[in-house]
Design a protein around this ligand. Structure first.
Ligand code: ADP
Ligand code: MG
Length: 723
């Protein structure tokens, strides 16, 4: 029996795994493995506790003494929890997280060892990071990088290891990770947004950014997955005819969660809660075997860490339940892909910023300002924002009829559209009538409660306003959330800074705000689109409006190096030109490597799996025909002269596969000789990727012809339906 049948049998027999029962209710075990405020209070001396809170809340640097004292309290807690090692945990480019574990020991100089965990180990380490991509930064400058604790993200425990969230920076100061520029983008946003919020209320001290991500994913049985080298090596199926039944009945979306999956989800939720990730929602998604998990939103930097942590938890816990968790954006053709919606909002230390109606017209005006300046940032940098979510894997998902189009536009909903239209059209004179201490009354129309559970939702929009936040839906399921947020935060910070400058020039009063706002509503109007983002007309219309239409990842990321983008990142102190260049090198390199792996796997499977079984089946057909002829029996229609026989169909597809695999290999070789990373990535996109599609088409046809018994790879109908 083939591996495929063994795998299918094993998968069919599996029962739900028992879930380790936690003691008590979520409130009792939430944050059990996190050195959170409560533990800081219990394990740190009062003075240290206060200094650490200041570092967390106001970003004050930690002195070495305080760090030593924090480390010693932390170690006491960790040792009580059975921890023996610690690691700096960081988010290197291009993806994933990295860790290097060190035991809590030092030689004591007398032939023994002592438990040791000093402030220095906590605050700064020098991982030998020479194998992480740096886009040339480390080779041209200093060879080493260091990681430094980010106290705004709490330390946590996984297994026997204390995990310390850190930034990862070259000795010359350039960021080699996502966290460092994310934190800088948050600082820029805080700075610019606070200055604008102060136009309305001088008491505002701080603006924080919140993020609530929704993570989509697929589960497949791990035995079946193991029989699919393409899934194992590339995270997606490079071939597979669609199942007769897939998502057309919408029965998965509304259906009950399969028991085995429910056991996995329960386990995942318990462990996530213990790590302080406030997971809340779970449900089936549209495609068979597709699911979603969402937490309660948190401060942006923490939410990003939690998403990274959750993705690694998902992979690990899935294995305990006999599943393989697929975070790839498009693991299966013909059914929906997976995204990661990023719900993004702003909040001052005194209230929320993207929620209407406020108590006064000033608050409503402030609401309009923050909405419009968000749109301004996105409008001005729509190409960059798209570049921030493009990747070799997300490229397969975008632009399908189930995913956001590869054009960034914004959907506001009817109420908000009307509000902005009103502000734009009314003149300053009619907007004001003298009244009250400020000498004026704003004629901002009464805003009805903008429903958060808005029925007025446009699922085809990549960037939509949803009541009290924007939802960026083009982000890929496997991405680090930070990539999109660095671009978004910086673009909005720049728009707010520009806005304030112009308002101040006009005198800084409400009239100045209104005039400037009206100007911006006009400028960013082309970004607003409430029609069908999947339609062909939208492509044409978007082109006329001047929106970015690029669909190739290697070309899309050029936007990072546009003068407009470089100026923005430099002016907002988020990244400099050199860092942007280096990061682009990494993006190009990652892109071509991923396509290269897919292409190699497809070539191998074609030659070693698909062609041999097809030929064997063809031989059987030919022998059957010969036998029929020998006894003078009438021949089946497909064997008759003149008809396109099954035998000939197999010959045609097999010949096409063989020659296209050859041509694809040649295209790869040509691309590999190109020295520039960018040009090589473009060559992979333009000359290798098309073969992935065309070879697959022939294989999928063969899958329908060749007898089921000998087909080596688990089919979609087997992979996609967990009982
Ligand atoms: P959907 O209907 O889009 O699937 P969900 O309720 O499943 O919505 O998820 C929405 C996500 O948005 C959750 O993570 C939630 O915490 C988050 N969210 C809600 N309000 C805000 C807000 N003001 N800022 C940021 N995120 C928010
Ligand atoms: Mg949502």
């Amino acid at each position: 029996m083939s591996l495929r049948f063994h795998a299918f049998e094993a998968a069919s027999r599996k029962q739900p795994e028992p879930v380790a029962q936690p003691v008590g209710r979520p409130a009792d075990y939430f944050g059990k493995f996190v050195f959170n405020q409560d533990k800081m209070f219990r394990y740190l001396p009062r003075e240290t506790y206060r200094a650490l809170r200041r570092a967390i809340e106001q970003g004050e640097p930690l002195s070495r003494d305080v760090a030593d004292s924090v480390a010693s309290g932390m170690k006491r807690w960790a040792v009580e929890m059975g921890v023996t090692h610690c690691t700096h945990w960081f988010q290197p480019l291009p993806e994933g997280t990295a860790e290097k574990h060190d035991a809590f020991i030092e030689l004591d100089g007398k032939g023994g060892v002592i438990d040791e965990f000093s402030g220095k180990m906590l605050v700064q380490q020098e991982p030998d990071a020479s194998s992480f991509p740096s886009g040339g930064i480390r080779s041209t400058f200093e060879a080493r990088g260091y990681s430094a604790w980010d106290p705004s993200s709490p330390v946590f425990i996984v297994g026997d290891t204390l995990m310390i969230p850190t930034v990862f920076i070259a000795y010359t100061g350039e960021a080699l990770d996502y966290k460092a520029p994310l934190k800088k983008s948050l600082a820029a946003l805080d700075h610019a947004a606070t200055a604008v919020a102060q136009l309305f209320d001088p008491a505002v001290r701080r603006v924080t950014c919140n993020l609530g991500w929704e993570q989509e994913y697929f589960l497949v049985d791990e035995d079946l997955c193991a029989a699919r080298p393409d899934l194992m090596l590339t995270g997606r199926t490079l071939m597979g005819h669609s199942s007769a039944k897939n998502q057309q009945m919408d029965d998965h979306y509304f259906g009950a969660i399969p028991e085995r999956v429910q056991a996995f989800m329960r386990d995942l939720e318990i462990q996530a809660l213990q790590l302080g990730i406030p997971v809340k929602t779970r449900h089936n998604e549209v495609a068979p075997n597709q699911f979603e998990l969402a937490p309660i939103f948190e401060e942006c930097n923490l939410a990003v860490d939690h998403n990274m942590l959750l993705m690694s938890l998902m992979r690990r816990i899935a294995r305990h339940h006999g599943f393989h968790c697929l975070l790839h954006e498009k693991p299966f053709a013909d059914v929906n892909g997976s995204g990661k919606h990023e719900n993004w909002s702003l909040q001052t230390d005194t209230g929320v910023l993207l929620h209407a109606p406020g108590k006064t017209s000033e608050e409503n005006l402030r609401f309009a300002v923050f909405v419009v300046e968000t749109l301004m940032g996105v409008w001005r940098h729509n190409g960059l924002l798209k570049a921030s979510i493009m990747s070799a894997t997300n490229e397969y998902r975008l632009g399908g009829n189930e995913a956001p189009p590869a054009i960034i536009s914004a959907f506001l909903g009817k109420q908000l559209d009307e509000l902005l239209d009103h502000i734009e059209q009314s003149s300053t004179e009619t907007l004001f009538s003298m009244k009250g201490k400020r000498g004026m009354q704003l004629d901002i129309p009464q805003i009805p409660e903008i429903l958060v559970d808005n029925t007025d939702r446009n699922r085809t929009s990549p960037f939509a306003f949803v009541g009290n936040r924007f939802e960026f839906r083009a982000v890929g399921s496997s991405a680090n959330c930070a990539s999109a947020l660095i671009a978004l935060n910086t673009a909005v910070a720049e728009a707010l800074a520009d806005f304030r400058e112009r308002v101040v020039k006009r005198g800084g009063d409400m009239k100045a705000i209104l005039e400037t706002l009206r100007e911006d509503i006009r400028v960013c109007r082309p970004l607003r689109f409430s029609g069908n983002g999947y339609s062909n007309e939208w492509q044409e219309e978007a082109r006329r409006r001047g929106l970015d239409l690029e669909t190739s990842t290697p070309l899309s990321v050029d936007r990072y190096l546009d003068e407009d983008s470089v100026n923005m990142f430099e002016r907002m102190h988020v990244m400099n030109r050199h860092e942007l260049q280096a990061r682009n090198e990494i993006k190009w390199e990652t892109y071509f490597k991923k396509v290269q792996i897919e292409s190699r796997v497809l070539g191998d499977l074609s030659l070693n799996h698909i062609l041999p079984v097809s030929m064997r089946y063809q031989t059987a057909l030919a022998q059957n025909l010969a036998a029929l002829k020998a006894i003078g029996a009438s021949l089946p229609s497909w064997g008759e002269e003149g008809g396109v026989s099954l035998i000939d169909q197999i010959t045609a597809h097999a010949a096409a596969i063989a020659s296209e695999v050859d041509a694809m290999t040649e295209a790869r070789k040509r691309a590999n000789r190109i020295p520039s990373e960018r040009e090589r990535a473009i060559a992979y996109h333009d000359t290798v990727v098309p073969f992935l599609h065309s070879i697959r088409r022939h294989i999928d046809k063969l899958e329908l012809i060749v007898e089921d018994e000998t087909w080596p790879l688990p089919k979609y109908r087997e992979l996609m339906f967990i009982r």
